[in-house]
Design a binder for this molecule. Structure first.
Ligand code: HSE
Length: 456
């Protein structure tokens, strides 16, 4: 049978990896797919460089629309990225009846509803394994492998750049700014690392996992996003002393209404630095690696680990999608695996309409660090405010003035750090208690608050 023909839009690091792996493993891939898969046309602004990667047997053009217009092309791979031209090209490819494979998490997290609806209407597939956690087949696992389960929660280290920075901060006791510069010098962080360090990239990925896990539409605009730029070496050190590591987690959870706790039913969707017990496997995921923990009611807790970026790891995910499409493209569209795991018409029913909860309604536990005047009654006052708010304390650590740096000993008022771990409470309640604590004259600096997840 004639090989399925693929057009590639953008041949950068991942595109080149995809071309090379397809070629290298073509025989095994063909045996799996039941048909050859060939990239026969590439669009890239740098035609000469693109041609040098793919050789003379592949047509290279500088106009992506020429690929979409080619009637021989069955599948278009979009590796341009971003929400701009990539969105227009994906929609045009769908309108032209092409199946689409993309690694573009930003595009799908923000415009997924429109794109998946257009694809369903046209009867084509949009596959995006490479959009979340690079080479880890987490989309396949959530959408198909765990399909028997009522998924309860997902927590993932889904941004390698920030995990590399946090690992270095912990290993070397350095602050964020110093490590970021080093990460940029080594090529781990982009020249403009905003999406990574501010948590936006992780939130795009968490948004996609949330939709697939709970059968809700993609709703990036409802995600809570907090990056790692304000983290200091001090808190990483204290967390370690308490048996925790700090990781940037993408978290999504199903939450039932609870009249006693005063919580509403809905879906939590949030990205922020989190303390997690050092003994958890995911706490030991270091450097640029990714890992995702998924908890389902039948399977229990499962863990997926691997490279979240890079040429061939991401190509591995792109090609898995090419094989899926090659196997399924002749199947009646209604019998294919739905884009977001759940049949789209169920999105306006029951679970599908569950709201993404505002951050004030989220339930979690906390690490608090208060720089306070080292005077009698300060601890009692602080813990009293937490007790009044109904927030239960799990552990307290006090670091003496001479341990908290020169500032402590040299300051007019002797100072100390109070570190408090709490049990779970509703975030709005913690916000109110924090405002009261911050207003105490004996609390000398802005309170550090980092959320904590036990992931039990
Ligand atoms: N920049 C991402 C990371 C990879 O650092 O993990 C692509 O999403």
């Amino acid at each position: 049978m004639k090989p399925i023909q693929v057009g590639l839009l953008g041949i950068g690091v991942v595109g080149a990896g995809t071309f090379n792996v397809l070629k290298r493993n073509q025989e095994e891939i063909q045996r799996r797919a039941g048909r050859g898969i060939e990239i026969t046309m590439v669009a890239d602004l740098d035609v000469a460089r693109a041609q040098s990667i793919v050789g003379s047997g592949v047509q290279v053009v500088n106009d992506a629309r020429a690929v979409i217009a080619n009637p021989e092309i069955d599948i278009v791979i979009e590796l341009i990225g971003g929400y701009g031209i990539a969105k227009a090209l994906v929609l045009e490819a769908i309108a032209a009846g092409k199946h689409v494979v993309t690694a573009n998490k930003a595009l799908l997290a923000v415009h997924g509803t429109e794109i998946f609806a257009a694809a369903s209407a046209k009867g084509v597939m949009v596959a995006f394994e490479a959009a979340v956690a690079g080479g880890i087949p987490i989309i396949k696992a959530l959408r198909e492998g765990l399909t028997a389960n009522r998924i309860q929660w997902i927590a993932g280290i889904i941004n390698g750049t920030t995990n590399f920075i946090l690992s270095e901060m912990r290993d070397k006791g350095l602050d964020f700014g110093v490590v970021l510069k080093e990460a940029q010098r080594l090529g781990y962080a982009e020249a403009d690392p905003t999406f990574d360090i501010e948590g936006v990239d992780a939130a795009h990925k968490a948004t996609l996992m949330s939709a697939i896990a709970f059968g809700i539409p993609v709703q990036f605009d409802k995600a809570y996003v907090e990056g790692i730029t304000k983290l200091g070496a001090t808190d990483i050190k204290y967390a370690e002393q308490l048996g925790y590591r700090i990781k940037l987690l993408g978290i999504t959870k199903r939450r039932a209404a609870d009249a006693v706790k005063g919580t509403a039913a809905g879906i939590e969707l949030r990205v922020h630095p989190s303390l997690i017990p050092s003994k958890r496997l995911i706490a030991n995921v270091e450097g640029a690696m990714n890992a995702v923990v998924v908890n389902g009611d039948a399977v229990g807790t499962t863990l997926y680990y691997g490279k979240g970026a890079g040429s061939e790891p991401t190509a591995s995910a792109v090609i898995a999608d090419l094989v899926d499409i090659t196997r399924l493209h002749t199947v009646d569209a209604a019998n294919r695996v739905p884009h977001l795991a759940f049949q789209p018409h169920t999105f306006d029913k029951a679970m599908g309409t569950l709201p993404v909860l505002p951050m004030g309604d989220v339930v979690t536990s906390y690490y608090l660090r208060l720089r306070v005047a080292d005077q009698a009654g300060v601890l009692a006052k602080v813990t009293g405010l937490l007790a009044e708010a109904g927030i239960s304390i799990d552990a307290v650590l006090q670091r003496e003035a001479d341990e908290v740096g020169g500032e402590g000993g040299a300051a007019a008022v002797a100072q100390t750090d109070l570190i408090i771990l709490t049990h779970d409470c509703v975030e709005a309640r913690m916000n109110a208690a924090l405002a009261q604590m911050q207003a105490l004259p004996t609390v000398l600096q802005p309170i550090v608050r980092i959320r904590k997840e036990e992931l039990a």
